[in-house]
Design a binder for this molecule. Structure first.
Ligand code: ZN
Length: 287
């Protein structure tokens, strides 16, 4: 048991180090935020860092992966999102703590205006921006995550989890039952366990429009829409990750919901259609 924990912790740190160096190398000068309206709600993509993934982090048929990627690295991004409804300003994830603060300002907001932060999960590329000089980077925000994810966070990085918990005066737990309103009446949470044990997706519905913030449901547009059975190394439970991926992409396709992903390249928002055994993603035009 102890051996397994040590291995898991080492693996998580190795992945994080790899991610951080990749992100640091590939940042570009492209536009860093985009907005869409979902009824009364505004969703704003905030790029924290640009990135690319080597195909070796994905499983599945090697020849097919190479054909699809053309031998190149796969484009990706590290994104956070703002969900805005009148005075409610909810930040979904915080990136690795790179460009998020400046992009919040570029989008017309101040960190002090954020009332709530939702952590879809607790990998370092989602929690890295929580603190600034050891204090809450968003001093007026309440911190939300699923109870299962807190247990996972504490098992992987208890020191950082405890500092963040203290900086934000405790935590609130997300009910992932697809029906209990979360912070605002238009938002509910889905349990998408697989990538991590407490991984959460968010569904927004307002005035006959809808969107799903899919978090880390997938890591490559090139591979995983067409082949949703393909997983990245980062998925802790691949069977559950695949099931969650198919369920949510099917829901988005069937109900014409927009999707927004934490690692989809800018603008990170688009529509999904069923295409054979997989899906087709069409990114938002002119963000
Ligand atoms: Zn991630």
């Amino acid at each position: 048991m102890k051996k397994m924990f040590v291995f898991t912790a080492f693996y998580a740190i190795a992945i994080l180090m790899n991610l951080q160096s990749t992100y640091a190398q590939t940042d570009s000068g492209q536009k860093q935020f985009a907005k869409i309206k979902v009824g009364e709600i505004e969703i704003i993509t905030l790029v924290d860092a640009s990135s690319e993934f080597d195909i070796s982090i994905f499983d599945g048929d090697k020849t097919l992966r190479e054909q699809l990627s053309g031998g190149k690295k796969l484009p990706a991004s590290v994104n956070a999102f703002l969900v805005k409804k009148r005075d409610s300003l909810i930040l979904v994830d915080t990136g690795i703590g790179k460009k998020l603060p400046e992009n919040i300002k570029a989008a017309g907001f101040q960190p002090e205006q954020v009332n709530a932060i939702i952590l879809t999960h607790t990998h370092g590329d989602h929690t890295g921006g929580l603190l600034k000089n050891g204090q809450a980077a968003f001093p007026n925000a309440t911190l939300w995550l699923s109870q299962k994810e807190l247990v996972y966070w504490q098992s992987q990085n208890s020191r950082y989890a405890d500092v963040c918990k203290k900086a934000y005066n405790g935590l609130k737990f997300i009910v992932q039952d697809e029906k209990t309103p979360l912070i605002i009446p238009e938002m509910t949470a889905f349990d998408i366990e697989g990538h991590t044990p407490g991984h959460t997706a968010l569904l927004l519905r307002s005035q006959n429009e809808g969107a799903i913030l899919i978090a880390d449901l997938l890591h490559s547009v090139t591979l995983q829409f067409a082949y949703p059975d393909v997983c990245a190394n980062f998925d802790a439970d691949k069977h559950k990750a695949i099931a969650a991926r198919k369920k949510l992409l099917k829901l988005a396709a069937d109900e014409n919901l927009s999707i927004a992903g934490a690692h989809i390249p800018f603008p990170a928002i688009g529509k999904v259609a069923v295409n054979g055994d997989g899906f087709l993603f069409t990114p938002l035009e002119n963000p």
